[in-house]
Design a protein around this ligand. Structure first.
Ligand code: LMR
Length: 334
């Protein structure tokens, strides 16, 4: 009997020691969108790469669809260390005190992803991520989603069609101003609440890239979707700084490699995901998709142009001018 308990002790101790030697590091990665979106797929890709490159030492647990936290809560959770990694939309950094990130919300500031990548993948992007350090956050990368479209239950061809409409937006002051510029009524709301708010008429419409629109089934509760592509929506992948710096250097290096590969993957699939979501919306037969003509698009651009001057101070004029230089956008020349 004595021998048996001794053996059990040795075994238990052995197992325990093995686990410790293996030293599994868990990274909780929380996000608010569906798993089959650009961000959902890229976070799963990162989890797989991280396990591969660290030979199982790091386990990234991905929690999709606000399963752990909603928009505002997830930022707080990251700062106190309840989760280690997030990829919030760039429109959600204002409440954190990083207002500069709202520069990505400026209407029509990027014509396409090539222009956008000159900013996100270049020195401007790097300096924006560096600003997060003072908030206890380490910015690792930018991931794409795509360009936003407007939806409502009435047709949208011209800016005036959204006059007086309650439009759900993310928590960005620039987006508030964008909706006001076309006479709409901005309503800030967590992403997880949008479907129900549209269904019950708490809001009349919203804006998002089609991948988010489709995977949240908003096409079931919105009759019209107009491909205005009036603004960009993308993400910054962020980690709790203390956690990141406390990782063994070799593990951190492997995770950096995994993140580089996940970023290439995210930015490669984003457009494809949005294209197939658009097909899905069309096939559903529930939402009428409208492509604005040149004049209608110009009307949106002109109506929203004053947002650039009004909100320049919020993001800093120097940053804004640096981005104009990369993209060639000039709000005064439309
Ligand atoms: C939204 O809240 O509309 C989006 O930011 C959600 C997301 O993370 O793509």
């Amino acid at each position: 009997m004595k021998f048996r308990s001794a053996m059990m002790f040795v075994l238990a101790f052995g197992v325990c020691n093995l686990a410790q030697a293996a030293g599994e590091i868990v990274i909780k990665f929380s996000h608010v969108v569906a798993a089959d979106t650009p961000k959902g797929k890229a976070s799963e890709f990162f989890a797989k790469k991280a396990a591969e490159l660290t030979k199982g030492r790091v386990k990234v647990e991905v929690y999709a669809n606000s399963a752990l936290y909603k928009d505002k809560e997830e930022m707080e959770a990251l700062q106190i260390g309840s989760v280690q990694m997030l990829a919030p939309s760039l429109a959600k950094f204002g409440p954190l005190g990083a207002k500069e990130f709202e520069v990505f919300d400026f209407p029509y500031i990027f014509d396409d992803t090539a222009e956008l990548h000159r900013v996100t993948q270049g020195p401007i992007g790097a300096s924006l991520l560096a600003k997060l350090e003072a908030k206890g956050i380490k910015g690792l990368s930018f991931w794409d989603n795509g360009f936003k479209s407007f939806s409502a239950n009435t047709p949208i061809k011209m800016p005036a069609d959204l006059k007086g409409k309650k439009m759900r937006i993310q928590s960005s002051k620039v987006l508030e101003e964008e909706i006001r510029s076309i006479g709409g009524l901005p309503q800030v709301m967590a992403f997880s609440e949008v479907y129900q708010a549209l269904q019950t008429g708490v809001v009349d419409g919203t804006e998002n890239p089609v991948s988010n629109f489709y995977t949240q089934k908003m096409h079931e509760v919105q009759k019209y979707l107009t491909l205005t592509h009036h603004g960009y929506l993308g993400y910054a992948v962020i980690v709790n700084k203390k956690f990141w710096e406390g990782l063994p250097a070799d593990v951190r290096g492997q995770l950096e490699t995994a993140m580089k590969e996940a970023t290439l993957y995210a930015n490669k699939i984003a457009q494809e995901e949005n294209d197939s979501a658009l097909e899905g919306v069309k096939k559903s037969g529930k939402t009428i998709v409208y492509v604005p003509n040149k004049d209608e698009k110009l009307a949106f651009k002109k109506a929203m142009a004053p947002v650039h001057t009004k909100m320049a101070d919020r993001v800093g004029n120097e940053l804004l001018q640096a981005i104009y230089k990369e993209t060639g956008f000039d709000p005064n020349k439309l």
